[in-house]
Design a protein around this ligand. Structure first.
Ligand code: ZN
Length: 431
């Protein structure tokens, strides 16, 4: 082994915007990481050149590592689409250092053995796996939530499906509350969705596609809020997409209920009216809302009704996504475009404060699952993302770390990207 290659080096960023929601810091400054991986004052003199990595270029922003509470790594079961290693590499490329994997694997993540497998696989980011609410994600009987929590489940969800039976959801929430865990719900009522794939829009009419009504989500959110009121358990609504749901969340939070909701970059940036044709890469669940829904989601984030971003990174093999709107599976990849899309829409177009953007990617996702967020403060273990928010680039999906290429941004120009992350003592440049 080469001794010099294995010797940890210090990292020095002489000039960057330091954006840290843990201490409301948004200022230009320098950042130094010791060879032991701690954030420290810049020493004078600097360490010798051969034991120092300097990252010096204009336009850098340094933030604590981003956290995504909604990713599908398809492992075990569908590893031709993604696996724990490729998904984690995609996350690191996107500026994330922590992710919450969804349990709609095959078999479903409803056992301590599967959590052990996920937690013991070496990956580029920290994975905090969710586990199922119900056995086999079948929606009928509570999973062994106590055993799953003891094995390291960060939260409970049947994502991909709602826990639709009220008495089952109430039982899940009572047990989750006793464990001090949040229940996340894919709030879509199957009896109202009824096989729908797209909101009523020009492309839906041209191709005669089955309609996925907004009420499928709105009524599900209403149900989840009712169960929250009944049990007192913290409930988190995944991938919100409709104006009507935003209003229900606003009322529930005004009532003091522990209800939170996330929004994906694609629901913020795109709308059903923009769908270009019968293209499976525009099919997601819930579907893209109308422009009026998109406006309500943006306003909900700006006024603090909705308090976090999440990608719902959902890789699928190309052959399946080529089947068109009616037959392709739901979902798009999102980890490697999240920074670009969310910064463009919310900060550049909607004038969201950069610190609020950072809070929605860092502070609030961590708090949701009971973690202390990382920080840029001196003395902290370094866990950071180095961003170039003004860099323009073209998304070539085949060049991404993700194994799948299902994204409506393929070939599109984007602005803003992650250049590197520093996590667990390792500086990792995006590939
Ligand atoms: Zn979902």
């Amino acid at each position: 082994m080469n001794a010099t290659a294995s010797t940890p080096k210090a990292v020095y960023i002489p000039r960057a915007r330091l954006l840290d929601p843990s201490c409301d810091r948004n200022e230009t400054g320098a950042l130094f990481i010791t060879p032991e991986g701690k954030i420290a004052p810049v020493p004078a003199p600097l360490p010798p050149e051969d034991s120092l990595i300097v990252i010096d270029r204009p336009g850098l922003t340094v933030v604590p590592g981003l956290c995504d509470v909604h990713v599908h790594f398809r492992d075990p079961g569908m590893t031709d689409a993604e696996d724990l290693v490729s998904g984690s590499n995609a996350a690191a490329n996107g500026g994330f250092t922590r992710v919450v994997t969804m349990p709609n694997t095959s078999p479903a993540t409803d056992s301590p053995a599967l959590l052990d497998y996920i937690l013991n696989t070496p990956t580029a980011v920290s994975i905090y796996p969710s586990a199922c609410c119900t056995a086999g994600r079948a929606g009928e009987a509570c999973a062994d939530l106590e055993a799953l929590a003891a094995a390291g489940a960060s939260c409970f969800t049947d994502d991909g499906a709602m826990v639709a039976k009220p008495q089952v959801m109430a039982a899940v929430m009572r047990r989750a509350k006793a464990l001090n865990k949040v229940v996340m719900d894919h709030a879509v009522r199957p009896d109202i969705q009824c096989g729908g794939v797209i909101r009523d829009c020009p492309v839906a009419r041209t191709y005669g596609l089955p309609i996925f009504p907004a009420e499928a989500e709105i009524e599900a959110v209403r149900d989840d809020i009712a169960r929250c009121r009944e049990t007192g358990c913290a409930v988190h609504i995944q991938h919100l997409s409709c104006a009507g749901s935003v209003e229900l969340i606003r009322q529930a939070r005004a009532e003091g209920l522990p209800v939170t909701a996330e929004v994906t970059p694609h629901h913020l940036a795109l709308a059903a009216e923009d769908i270009p044709g019968d293209d499976g890469n525009w099919r997601m669940n819930p579907p893209l809302g109308l422009r009026s829904d998109r406006r309500a989601l943006r306003e909900g984030l700006l006024d603090g009704t909705l308090t976090l971003f999440a990608t719902d990174h959902a890789p699928h093999p190309k052959a399946l996504k080529e089947k068109g709107f009616k037959r392709a599976p739901f979902g798009i990849i999102g980890l490697e475009t999240a920074v670009a899309v969310s910064w463009e829409v919310m900060v550049r177009q909607c004038a969201m404060a950069p610190l609020l953007w950072a809070k929605y990617w860092i502070t609030n996702p961590n708090r949701l699952i009971g973690l202390e967020p990382p920080t840029l403060c001196e003395g902290a273990e370094a866990e950071i993302a180095i961003l170039a928010l003004d860099d323009e680039w073209t998304l070539i999906p085949e060049a991404c770390a993700c194994k799948s290429v299902n994204t409506p941004w393929a070939g599109k120009r984007l602005k803003g990207k992650a250049l590197a992350t520093y996590h667990r003592g390792t500086l990792r440049f995006a590939q």
